[in-house]
Design a protein around this ligand. Sequence first.
Ligand code: NOJ
Length: 712
Amino acid sequence: MYEMDHNFIPVNTRVENLLGCMNLQEKVAQMIQIPYSKVSKKEALDWAKRGAGSFLHVLGDNARELQKVAIESRLGIPIIFGIDAIHGHGLNENATIFPSQLAAACSWNRELVEAMAQATACEVATDGLHWTFSPVLCLGRDTRWGRIDETFGEDQYLAGELGASMIRGYQGESLDSDESILACAKHYIGYGEAVGGRDSCDTEITLRKMREVFLPPFEKAIKAGCATIMCAYGSIDGTPVTANEKVLRHILRDELGFDGFIVTDWDNVNNLVTLQHVAADIRDASRMAAIAGNDMIMTSSEFYAVTIKLVEDGLLDEKVINEAVRNILRIKYRMGLFEKPYKKGRPGCIGCMEHLELNKKLARESIVLLKNNDILPLEKNISSIAVIGPNADNIRAQYGDWTYFTHPDPNPEQMPIKPYLTVLEGMYELAKENGISIEYQHGCEIMHGSEVDFEAAVSAARKCDVIVLVLGDMIDQTGEAKDRADLALSRVQVELFERLRNLNKPLVTVLVASKPLCIDSIAKDTDALIVAFNGGMFGGLAVAETIFGKLNPSGRLPISFPRHSGQLPVYYNGLSGWHGGKYMDLPAAPLFVFGEGKSYTSFAYSNLRFKEKSLSVTVDVSNTGKVDGLETVQIYFRDCVSSVMTPYKQLIAFEKVNLKVKETRRVSFTFNRSDFSLVTPGENRVTEPGEFILMVGSSSYDDDLLQIKFVL
Ligand code: NOJ
């Protein structure tokens, strides 16, 4: 009866009723988020009793214990538990570990990305948790940055589309469903673009540029109903985002109508004092953060005492606190937390078969074939394969960052729990089916170390018909504070490649890496090149299936590959200049471009038509090769003459189509005028009349695109 009554009272009324019963201490406590791994058990329980709004990085029974204390406290406001479940519920050892966001982005598959998020939500909820700090909507444009693996790549349209899909997957139809959790679009804003790729430095962009390039994915996240947004560590043109009222309060809330809550990133409030030096002390910093519009304060728990004092001393209006608490409580009510403080999830779903099968599908669509001198798929008459290289049997590298052995306390010894298949294991499985023998040699470590055995690698390769060489990077080279000035593949790996290349045998190179590495010479000399970023549990299987032709690869790069670190950035949608398209010592163009990826079949585009009245485009796409395949139809546009400079091409739509041999499909898209807009120096989004060009095809290479002109 009690619950039914509540269901009929509008959320806002419930929020106001509760707020009216709260004292100042209880209100400020709601704004606090405690990192479970950094406090003692006693402190954690004390915070739960005091009414802390949220905890992060706590799992299962420990979370349930805290929740019990919270709901038995004076007001009984349930805690909301957050976790970094960013490619699966990775901090739980038994969970399904999916491909990283960057790998998943190679699929350009909205449905699969949504399904991955839905499965993750189910596993997180079954652990009794409510909230994931995902998706990452930062753009991966300066690939020296250590967190490129967490992004959807370099393009704002692709990141926005896949981000919105992920949010829908996490949050489901309704926030109060047993299997839904809250999403968190992060890191708002500009974090990935920090100067020099240096984690959390200043992002030297204007607000115009911020709106043009970095805001669109967050706008899509808000439209998809994203419940929370995380404030970035960094600053925009010298103003820390944590203290930026315009960016947080005016743009997110007033303009975009965001009605969830904003959480800071780790220790952002203290950082205003210790790193960014815009506040003299924690009092100053807490005041700034609250006024700017941060609702929940991650880890800077000093905020609690000083903020209470600030209000008591009349230095901070209690209205600011009330508003933050309202934003938090509204979400707590919307997710039904008061009725169901313990998330149920779906018992048995953690690491279940259904999720593993979905994981395989996504891993398969994440594979990108970048070169193939007709040696793949392997011929049936092969009898032996040498599988060599430091990442051939390296499940830690295959999983990537944000799993139980990297967070919250990195454990270099811990091995993942099966089921998973490394490239080597996948190769063994498929070789067995095909009666082929495998010779395995490690060859060398990722970085120069003691374990270099080129001789053993060369002699294994000598005995075999084909060499599969698996290179890349390792977990220690990716993540927060792991930015790299030099993205070249390590010298020792290049040397291993050269020794094997000298044998003049068919050579397939596989890159298992967290981001694009500089592999210019390898790409030139290898017979085939497969990129399998951090493919999760079944990344290795998907590679093996590609090599044996059981899988026709369909991934497309969501990010460009530079030839050399000195070229960075090389994203496709930059603005043009008078540098002749080259450096003195290198071309300016990347090695592989955004949208690129091969298939074992071929596709042809024809009959491109555009209807100006309805702003719709149609194109016929045909499978002209010998096997069925998936094609990603990509549409770019150019504004021919614009009042501010605009990119030579910008992705505006895409669709993945499954085409049988000889099949032709007509693909159509309809646009709005606003899809062709730009941001003026006065920060307004406008669509300027005039000529535009649409480009339709299979990658962002000019040669792969048909063009049509139209007038708006
Ligand atoms: C810091 C990271 O920047 C953010 O992405 C993450 O969600 C939080 N820590 C919590 O772990």
